[in-house]
Design a protein around this ligand. Structure first.
Ligand SMILES: *[C@@H]1O[C@H](CO)[C@@H](O)[C@H](O)[C@H]1NC(C)=O
Ligand SMILES: *[C@@H]1O[C@H](CO)[C@@H](O)[C@H](O)[C@H]1NC(C)=O
Length: 197
């Protein structure tokens, strides 16, 4: 088993995208936000808690990430309606925690990154909950401008580590509606380390 690859973590993924060579790739343009659906009547309290990342698609992903292992993201609501967002991933035989804050924006279900000045090179960062039923599944859209390049990704979240094939198919269709191809869509491998804590 390619353990090295299995341990490939989100940290690495984030690091890779910031490398200069990315800017020489032909990135699929990010859709305008208006083209991305928004969960009506978003309930920020019900969205809290742990979500497993079942699917991932974005204009910087490719087949090299196929053996990417599953990570989990926990949303905790603050009194000011921002979220503390913690991603937990297995990395180099330890559990890595990656923290950030999502600040509510003009529309319920849409957020910006808090303390963005700490993320050198990041000019904007938008999070938009596309759809969710709160207790089973969610799709979230992320768009970031980094060094004048627009990156976008969508995540398929599950409250459990498995979702039905239909839900995965819906996710693939949505990715393709944003001009992504099969090349850009990955389903991280479920693991038990770290993400069940
Ligand atoms: C997909 O690509 C086509 C052709 O470049 C473009 O017209 C369309 O707006 C794109 N769709 C989205 C959702 O960005
Ligand atoms: C992995 O963990 C070991 C032990 O904690 C450490 O010495 C090593 O530098 C780490 N490797 C990477 C790539 O972070």
């Amino acid at each position: 088993m390619a353990l090295g690859l299995l341990w490939l973590g989100l940290a690495l993924l984030e690091a890779l995208q910031t490398q200069a060579w990315v800017s020489t790739l032909n990135l699929i343009p990010a859709p305008p936000l208006l083209r991305v659906p928004l969960q009506p009547d978003f309930q920020n309290d019900q969205f809290q808690g742990k979500w497993y990342v079942i699917g991932l698609a974005g204009n910087k992903f490719n087949k090299e990430y196929l053996q990417f292992t599953m990570y989990a993201t926990v949303y905790e609501l603050n009194e000011d309606n921002s979220y503390d967002v913690t991603s937990i991933l297995a990395w180099n035989q330890t559990c890595d925690h990656w923290l950030r804050t999502f600040i509510p924006s003009s529309q319920p279900g849409q957020f910006t990154l808090g303390y963005i000045e700490r993320y050198i090179g990041t000019q904007s960062y938008t999070v938009r909950v596309v759809t969710t039923d709160y207790n089973q599944v969610a799709t979230v859209f992320f768009k970031k401008v980094y060094n004048n390049q627009e990156y976008f990704k969508i995540t398929l979240y599950g409250r459990t580590k498995e979702l039905t094939p239909e839900l995965k198919e819906n996710f693939i269709s949505f990715a393709k509606s944003l001009n992504l191809t099969d090349e850009h869509i990955i389903f991280p491998i479920p693991i038990d380390q770290c993400i069940d804590e």
